[in-house]
Design a protein around this ligand. Structure first.
Ligand code: CP
Length: 298
């Protein structure tokens, strides 16, 4: 692997190789030295808790040195420097750039300039491929397989970049079917829908399909992506996954969420055996260690 801009940059073999490496790193103790001669830039032009901190932790655990920033305002972008020049500067200092940016396509743009690998940590409403790696690694850990499972993605399927990446990543597997549950205004965009190679069923009503689902993937309504706040107000509480809905799920089914959540999962659901979203978040470090090792390891 060099750049990771889209979930489609990884083959099925890449996914499984990274899962196997993540298994190894999950059990490794203490600090490793595989990347002790590397510098990693964490270029976060947009806010993050999990992605930034887990990439940072993964880099430290592999012995790498880490530089970077966590807001546009703390860089010379605030003085008018453009993204291309910022990437050129980070090329001088580091062996890999993990980048989050508000604009769709910014990671691809950076990869066309950069001489070092770019890892897309979220570009606007476009993609978040390493989140899809974590999502599918979680499914793999719990069910031992991804093929043959029934998924449902619920919530904001239009603006959530994790949805685009997960749907694209699933084209490398053979899901039995994928339900897409959203209000009409927040349906998966047509170009994504048309590119999928597995059965997809769109609905607005989770109660119609909840009994069939193995993996319920809940997303936050992405307030920051709405052009018009009035439109956000209309859909902001479209769904709340609560114990009434969860009580209708199959015994071994799971609930995932890339987090952060706002109100779309009732806190009481956290105590049910279906709630795997905090476990999912905990897998970010071994998965991102695996990815760094795959890209930068000797
Ligand atoms: N899942 C995720 O991308 O979370 P952060 O925005 O906190 O990084």
């Amino acid at each position: 692997l060099k750049h990771v801009i889209s979930a489609l940059d990884l083959t099925r073999d890449d996914y499984f190789r990274i899962f196997e490496l993540a298994d190894k790193f999950s059990t490794s103790k203490g600090k490793l030295s595989y990347l002790s001669n590397k510098v990693i830039s964490l270029a976060f032009f947009e806010p993050s808790t999990r992605t930034a901190q887990s990439f940072h932790t993964a880099a430290i655990k592999l012995g790498a040195n880490v530089i970077g920033f966590s807001s546009e305002e703390s860089t010379s972008v605030a003085k008018g420097e453009n993204l291309a020049d910022t990437i050129r500067m980070l090329n001088n200092y580091s062996n890999c750039i993990v980048m989050r940016h508000k604009y769709d396509g910014s990671a691809l743009f950076a990869s066309e300039i950069s001489e070092v690998p770019i890892i897309n940590a979220g570009d606007g409403k476009h993609e978040h491929p390493t989140q899809a790696l974590i999502d599918l690694y979680t499914v793999y850990k719990i069910f031992n397989e991804i093929d043959g499972r029934t998924f449902a993605l619920l919530g904001d399927l239009k603006y959530a970049r994790t949805v685009n990446s997960l749907l694209r990543a699933l084209t490398r597997f053979k899901p039995k079917k994928v339900f897409l549950i959203s209000p009409p205004q927040l349906k998966v965009r047509r170009e994504i829908l048309d590119s999928l190679n597995y059965p997809v069923i769109e609905t607005q009503n989770p109660y119609e399909v909840i009994q069939d689902i193995d993996v319920l993937y809940v997303t936050r309504i992405q307030k920051e992506r709405f052009v018009d706040e009035v439109e956000y107000e209309k859909v902001k509480e479209s769904y709340v996954v609560d114990n009434k809905l969860v009580s209708m799920m199959k015994k071994d089914s799971i609930i995932l969420h890339p987090l952060p959540r706002v109100n779309e999962i009732d806190r009481r659901v956290d105590k049910t055996p279906h709630a795997k979203y905090f476990y999912q978040a905990s897998l970010a470090v071994p998965v991102r260690m695996a990815l760094f090792y795959d890209i930068l390891g000797e």
